[in-house]
Write a protein that binds this ligand. Structure first.
Ligand SMILES: [Ca+2]
Length: 416
């Protein structure tokens, strides 16, 4: 599962700068395999003599995800980096952004930097969706300003989840690549055949060729109009003009409508069928997930995100964590006129809405707390409901299923 990470290089000292200036001020990491990503990184410090954009485009086509790294404490998008991002224009769906070293600045400043980054990216990247930016400190050093630790942890988890899910989407991505290539081939056929059509068969070939190459931009526009093609699907104008110089335009092929029909038919029918097959296969197979490296040690254990907090509080304790506050909850419980040790749904609801939480959340609390599903709450279930409300009010998420340590002791031995 290839991954492309792009980052500007900040030269450590001004005196080194002239020395390094012959290198492009940009580094690209190409991870072939994220599993052992530290050992299998290709560092591409590219000489400025290369067609840097073309090299990047080559990589961009072959990777599953492109990660642009920015440093929060010295955010600048150099002209080179802007050019690079523009070179990725057909692969915007693969781009994710990491705002790294966010622990080096105060929260208020971080918000400003985040805003500035989004604004700058919006000008360079042409996509209808907002690009996902992950904020954090992605190395193993202590956090300089730990205020936003929780945010960083959550962001890291999101980024890891995104990367780990890539193998699942790989087949779909290849299919999308095929569609993209088919569209580009069609445009190419239109351009080549238009040039052929304009060429005289006997006299004035050289002059006509020059004229056609010079007016290639207009030819693009005409094809764009006639066939409703997006301008982004056309090859780079300048490069195409350069390459046409060396070609004999008379030897180009005329348009073969049958072949174009076949491509259109494939796009309209075959691809749709393949799409269904790919999705089917995905649901039947276990999801392949990226493991190893940084992914280990973050998911489970006490240093996993959110461990021992919110609904996870008391996970290590022998005692039921809800028991701590149960006497206070019991006092309320007995004012709700319990019958045979249970309060009705209506009576419990009257108390629970006092939390001012929306009904969708309280519904979830109810589902988690009414363990025996009898539509009523006994004193333990009622205490649990109140505990979950407290968890939510303290800003934590509710679990989708009740974790084992929150199940009241008297209900732990219930057969499933
Ligand atoms: Ca119940």
């Amino acid at each position: 599962m290839p991954l492309l990470i792009l980052k500007t290089v900040h030269f450590p000292s001004p005196c080194l700068k002239p020395l390094l200036f012959s290198f492009h001020a940009l580094m690209a990491f190409f991870c072939v395999d994220f599993l052992h990503w530290c050992s299998s990184l290709f560092f591409l410090l590219l000489l400025s003599g290369y067609d840097f954009a073309a090299v990047l485009e080559w990589f961009a086509e072959r990777v599953d995800r492109i990660i642009l790294l920015f440093d929060a404490h010295k955010l600048d998008i150099s002209d080179e980096f802007s050019e690079v991002i523009k070179a990725l224009k057909n692969h915007e769906d693969k781009i994710r952004v990491v705002l790294n070293k966010a622990d080096q600045i105060e929260t208020q400043q971080l918000m400003r930097v985040y805003g500035a980054l989004m604004w700058s990216l919006g000008k360079i990247v042409n996509t209808p969706e907002v690009i996902r930016v992950y904020i954090g400190s992605f190395w193993s050093h202590p956090l300089l300003i730990p205020d936003s630790r929780k945010l960083f942890e959550a962001e890291e988890q999101d980024l890891f989840k995104d990367i780990q899910s890539l193998p699942r989407n790989a087949a779909l991505r290849k299919l999308n690549d095929l569609i993209k290539r088919a569209r580009l081939a069609k445009v190419h056929a239109y351009i080549i055949s238009s040039l052929k059509k304009e060429m005289p068969s006997v006299f004035g070939k050289e002059n006509k060729k020059k004229e056609l190459i010079n007016s290639l931009g207009d030819i693009y526009k005409r094809i764009e109009r006639e066939h409703q093609i997006s301008p982004g699907d056309f090859p780079n104008l300048k490069k195409m003009q350069d390459q046409l110089q060396a070609q004999d335009l008379n030897k180009f092929q005329p348009l073969k409508p049958k072949l174009l029909e076949a491509v259109d038919d494939m796009l309209a029918h075959d691809i749709a069928g393949l799409m269904v097959l790919v999705r089917q296969e995905e649901t039947q197979r276990p999801n392949p997930v990226v493991k190893g490296g940084a992914f280990d040690g973050t998911l489970n254990g006490p240093f996993g995100h959110g461990y021992g907090e919110g609904a996870g509080e008391g996970i290590d304790e022998a005692e039921w964590v809800v028991a701590r506050d149960k006497p206070a909850y019991d006092e309320i419980f007995y004012t709700l006129s319990p019958v045979n040790g249970k309060v009705t749904g209506a009576n419990a609801k009257r108390e629970m809405v006092k939390s001012k939480l929306p009904n969708t959340v309280l519904g979830k609390v109810w589902k988690l707390a009414d363990i025996d599903k009898d539509g009523m709450l006994d004193d333990e279930e009622f205490a649990l409901a109140n505990h979950l409300i407290k968890v939510k009010l303290e800003g934590h998420e509710l679990p989708s299923e009740l974790p084992a340590h929150l199940v009241p002791p008297s209900k732990r031995k219930l057969p499933e």
